[in-house]
Design a protein around this ligand. Structure first.
Ligand code: ATP
Ligand code: MG
Length: 609
């Protein structure tokens, strides 16, 4: 391929729309162009990268025994209603693009394919003899992300590899999950990525065990909490830790009954309260009021109690609320703080925010328009374990001191709601402390269990003749996100340094002066020799200054550069490795023999075995 035929437009300046290095570089080097927020054109160089990533994915999925397929992107709403996900994915913060056809039938544009594949499985897989099966596809997905950003990292149209497996029993599912884990590690290593596996939340997809693969990078949107000994790593959404010990209340305040009133004028925050009375935040129970909105229109007020020094983990809260009320009210659409405006809109009395306590009376909700008439009360274990604490008195400028759960006549529904923090002690070893790193989620594997097969009545006949729902797993890789993540991990001040296995070309041949016939001829000769040896070569045949071509070469990030300059007359060329240092002057005749073994090695990426 010749650069002159490539439609290449490079930019000297960082485009205003880009914030993180990989996004800037992909735009500047002419790999992608934005059409609308979260919608990008993959230009020819980018498409070569994406095809290479896809090929690595394909080879490893095939080797693991999965079958490639291609499923429809237009999906009937009816399938999503049967799984119970239509409302959750289309209303509130739902991310599915949806539309009506000319007959008024509702359709969604596939953000994921559990519904489609489960329907097919129900149809085609009748007997345990046909199991297990693992089907995968590499395809464009559509998600109306609330905050599309960072280029291909969070697009509204992006390429995903998704796979779905079906099993007769849980052990077979666990085997497939382990096989996918191995395949994923090979895929990321082959693509030259340093990725770590972390425990993950299962989110709206549902199910039990799940693990994410994170490419570690400063620009990552996810926070990983890991122990230095390497035995524990989790997404913060999911992470657990040992809480610090609470400081007991001083003896005189430790009554443990319904608490004594404490005047706290103007002390509406934990900091003010503690500063005013010499308290420690761990001696306080704080209360958060939130509203959960559900698919069936229900609005459920939540009263969440945490120890004063702890933070709420929204994901854990959403899971706890769904687990308690999802069966009755359908999908949880969103969680939001209860504000004075929301109370007013319900014709409810105002509340003494800043002075709320867990004993807040349900009767306060009695006159509401549409909300449930009682709070769902949830308490984090660190708060539930306090024998005596300080909390709001549900009166402005008043707290209670020395209160206890039994004294307040409350029986807390205890559930882990606390956000683990960097520095927390680890559950497996209290001498280890969690450390934070940022990561880009490039893959996610789930054991779905029988959630979808049960909801959609997808059953097979067992060996004993009974009918049972399939055990299912699902396994995703963000192909386009992965390609950009590679740039995030492999670049320098001058541009991209592609890992060779996914580089658009392996070698860039640059005649320093294309008008010099000797140089031009030798450059073309070397391109031909390399191509005969199976190497992918890009020739910069543009009639530009050498300096500009070198700058563009650095920006494009092709792993090897062969410069055909003045030495061409003596049959000598210069070899530069993009990610290396210095250059090597060698006879043109020796180039292929020198380069080939190195390229062959690099095609394996970071694969060790
Ligand atoms: P995230 O938490 O980043 O929103 P997700 O958990 O919703 O992602 P999955 O449903 O697990 O994503 O999708 C599988 C993979 O697809 C993810 O691991 C990620 O690499 C990729 N992916 C998800 N959403 C996007 C997006 N908007 N743009 C690009 N890639 C994405
Ligand atoms: Mg995920």
């Amino acid at each position: 391929m010749r650069v002159s035929r490539l439609m290449l437009v490079t930019l000297r300046e960082d485009p205003a729309e880009a914030e993180i290095p990989s996004h800037k570089l992909l735009l500047r080097a002419g790999y992608i162009r934005r059409l609308a927020p979260g919608i990008y054109a993959y230009l020819p160089l980018m498409w070569r990268v994406l095809r290479k990533v896809s090929q690595v994915v394909r080879e490893e999925m095939d080797a693991a025994g999965a079958l490639e397929t291609l499923l429809p992107q237009l999906q009937p709403a009816d399938l999503w209603r049967r799984s119970g996900r239509w409302a959750g994915y289309t209303a509130g913060e739902g991310i599915m693009f949806h539309l009506q056809d000319r007959q008024g039938r509702e359709l969604g544009l596939g953000p994921t394919h559990e519904e489609v594949i489960t329907t097919l499985a129900a149809d085609l897989l009748r007997s345990y003899r046909q199991l297990p099966v693992n089907l995968y596809q590499i395809q464009t997905k559509f998600r109306d992300e609330i905050r599309p950003r960072f280029g291909l990292m969070r697009g509204r149209e992006f390429i995903m590899k998704d796979a779905y497996s079906f099993h007769a029993d849980e052990a077979s599912l666990a085997e497939a999950y382990a096989a996918m884990d191995r395949a994923y590690r090979r895929i990321f290593a082959r693509c030259g990525l340093r990725a770590v596996a972390v425990e993950a939340d299962s989110g709206a997809i549902g199910g039990s065990a799940s693990q994410e693969f994170m490419v570690t990078a400063e620009a990552g949107e996810d926070l990983i909490l890991a122990s230095p000994d390497g035995r524990y790593a989790a997404n913060q959404e999911r992470a657990v830790s040992l809480p610090t010990a609470a400081r007991p209340l001083p003896g005189g305040l430790r009554r443990g009954g319904a608490g004594e009133p404490l005047a706290t004028p103007g002390e509406a925050t934990i900091e003010q309260l503690c500063a005013g009375h010499g308290l420690d935040p761990s001696q306080v129970v704080k209360v958060l009021l939130l509203l959960a909105r559900f698919e069936d229109g229900a609005g459920q007020p939540l009263l969440v109690a945490l120890r004063g020094d702890q933070q709420l983990n929204d994901v854990k809260l959403a899971n706890a609320v769904s687990a308690r009320l999802g069966a009755e009210h359908g999908a949880l659409l969103d969680l939001s703080a209860i504000t004075p405006e929301l109370l007013a809109a319900q014709d409810l009395p105002q509340l003494p925010f800043g002075y709320l306590g867990p004993q807040l009376d349900d009767r306060l909700l009695a006159g509401g328009r549409s909300w449930a008439r009682g709070f769902l009360r949830l308490v984090d274990p660190t708060a539930a374990e306090l024998e005596a604490f300080v909390c709001g008195a549900n009166q402005t400028d008043q707290h209670l001191v020395g209160a206890s759960w039994s004294g307040l006549e409350l029986q807390p529904d205890v559930v882990d709601l606390r956000a683990a923090q960097p520095g927390d002690r680890c559950c497996h070893d209290a001498d280890q402390r969690l450390e934070a790193t940022r990561g880009i989620e490039v893959g996610h594997i789930f054991q779905l269990g029988r959630k979808y097969s049960t909801a959609m009545e997808a059953c097979f006949t067992t060996e004993t003749g009974s009918s049972e729902p399939f055990w299912m797993g699902c396994y995703g890789i963000g192909v386009s996100r992965l390609a950009q993540a590679a740039v995030e991990q492999h670049h320098d001040a001058n541009g991209i340094c592609w890992p060779l296995a996914i580089a658009p070309f392996e070698v860039l041949v640059v005649p320093a002066n294309a008008a010099d016939a000797v140089q031009a001829e030798l450059a073309e000769h070397l391109q031909a020799r390399l191509e005969e040896a199976g190497v992918e070569v890009l020739l910069d045949d543009r009639p530009e200054r050498a300096g500009l071509k070198f700058k563009d070469g650095d920006l494009l990030g092709i792993p090897w550069r062969v410069v055909v300059g003045r030495g061409a007359a003596e049959g000598r060329v210069e070899l530069v490795e993009r990610a290396g240092e210095g250059s090597l002057d060698l006879p043109a005749d020796a180039l292929v023999d020198h380069l080939l073994p190195r390229i062959r090695r690099q095609r394996r990426g970071l694969l060790e075995d």
